[in-house]
Design a protein around this ligand. Structure first.
Ligand SMILES: [Zn+2]
Length: 417
């Protein structure tokens, strides 16, 4: 048995080595077109998988298959199959099996293992030894985690430049959501802005991607650096915090326009002068394609919804017991389920960009009022949500430092590649 374990250890080291060589070859190719760098790691929940099976058989469930039939195809007798199903029942009912899923039988020197892939995250493990008979448990499937760093510079379009750097659209959206309280992606992006994103992808043991998330990111907008670190606090909430442990969430979003791949091409902007805040124009304008979603920048109650002369289709929201209010004009249409008096959540779609009322082209006219007086929305400072409690700061700093080091390390590796 000891020899077998040693052999298995050597074999797994050897396989890891081959794997790393393959990855570095793949990376070498990838670096010619982008700055993405990756780091791979297997998370194996089961020590038993270190052993080498003498024989492995896999059956993919066909429609109409029962567990009993498939177990017999895997070489178990009718009685053995019934026994396996009975042992499994307290942890997982094998009457709940789905076509396309797999049952695997592995024969070891002194044991037999049967594995059923329940879904992308869990599997049913059945183990037989002469000494203990059958034993069943549900365990997490082996996951393959890959972390990557993508970094890029804004040349003309965030989605395009992010994709060029190796960030797919869903991760670009996560990046924008993360900094939605600090950066107005619809108005404030400038050529030369830059980003570094450390993200993690999870793959199941068949190579299918089952999840992805941003672990940390930095965004430099008009010379100002914003940092976000993913952290699960003691209450179990997952939030993004600044390097100083401040929550990135704030009372109000920076932008009422939901920036997307489509709205990022501001091709209509020339048809309408995009006005900033002045005494004559007590709001700011967002030129965007007709139909671009408009979102409530904060929680509140709709105090006005309807046609309002030159403003066209108009919505006003009262926030924070009326201390603040926000106004949205020239809409093409109102959001679903939004009406006067209804309560809206931060980020909820309240309408769509249009040119109703007096407008020369599709745009959103947006106003922010404090105690009824219009102020420049761009100059209002907003209060962050709960910061990390002091007693969690040291654990947070350790995590933050290691993630930021990984961004720096992988960025440097990219430069040398
Ligand atoms: Zn305006």
């Amino acid at each position: 048995m000891a020899t077998l374990t040693k052999l298995a250890t050597y074999l797994s080291l050897f396989l890891t080595l081959i794997f790393l060589v393959l990855i570095s070859v793949a990376d070498g190719n990838a670096q010619q077109s982008s700055d993405i760098v990756q780091h791979e790691e297997w998370i194996s929940p089961l020590a038993s998988e270190q052993h080498i099976a003498l024989k492995t058989r896999t059956e993919t469930l066909q429609s109409g298959d029962t567990a009993g039939v498939v177990l017999q195809r895997l070489g178990f007798s009718n009685t053995e199959a019934a026994n396996i199903i009975a042992v499994a029942k307290p942890v997982y009912a094998l009457s709940n099996i789905y076509a396309g899923n797999k049952i695997v039988r592995q024969d070891f020197e002194d044991a037999i293992a049967v594995t059923y892939h329940i879904d992308s995250t869990d599997e049913l493990h059945l183990m037989f030894t002469e000494k203990d008979g059958w034993h069943a448990e549900v365990v997490p499937r082996e996951m393959h985690m890959r972390t990557s760093v993508a970094r890029g510079t804004i040349e003309d379009n965030l989605f395009y430049d992010a994709a060029k750097a190796g960030l797919e659209d869903n991760l670009t959206i996560q990046l924008m959501d993360m900094f939605a309280w600090d950066i107005d992606f619809a108005r404030d992006l400038r050529k030369g802005d830059s980003f570094k994103v450390l993200f993690e992808e999870a793959f199941d043991d068949e190579g299918k991607r089952v999840g992805y998330k941003i672990l940390a990111a930095q965004f430099k907008n008009r010379g100002q650096l914003f940092t976000g670190i993913r952290y699960e606090n003691k209450k179990g909430d997952i939030e993004y915090y600044s390097e100083e442990g401040k929550n990135l969430r704030k009372t109000y979003l920076k932008s009422p326009v939901k920036f997307s791949r489509i709205s990022s091409n501001f091709s209509d902007s020339r048809k309408h002068p995009v006005l900033g805040y002045t005494r004559a124009h007590r709001g700011i304008d967002y030129a965007a394609k007709s139909g671009t979603p408009i979102r409530a920048i904060g929680d509140g109650r709709i105090s006005y919804l309807g046609w309002k002369s030159g403003y066209g289709r108009f919505i006003e929201i009262r926030h924070n017991n009326g201390t603040h209010s926000t106004a949205y004009a020239h809409m093409r249409a109102y959001g679903k389920g939004v009406s006067k008096g209804s309560y809206v959540k931060q980020g909820q779609i309240i309408g769509y960009v249009g040119m109703s009322g007096l407008a020369t082209g599709p745009h959103l006219h947006f106003e922010f009022r404090t105690r009824g007086v219009a102020v420049n929305p761009l100059s209002v400072k907003h209060k962050p949500a709960d910061p990390l409690p002091d007693q969690e700061m040291s654990a947070f700093r350790v995590k933050a430092n290691s993630l930021l080091r990984e961004i720096e390390f992988q960025s440097k590796t990219a430069k040398w590649g």
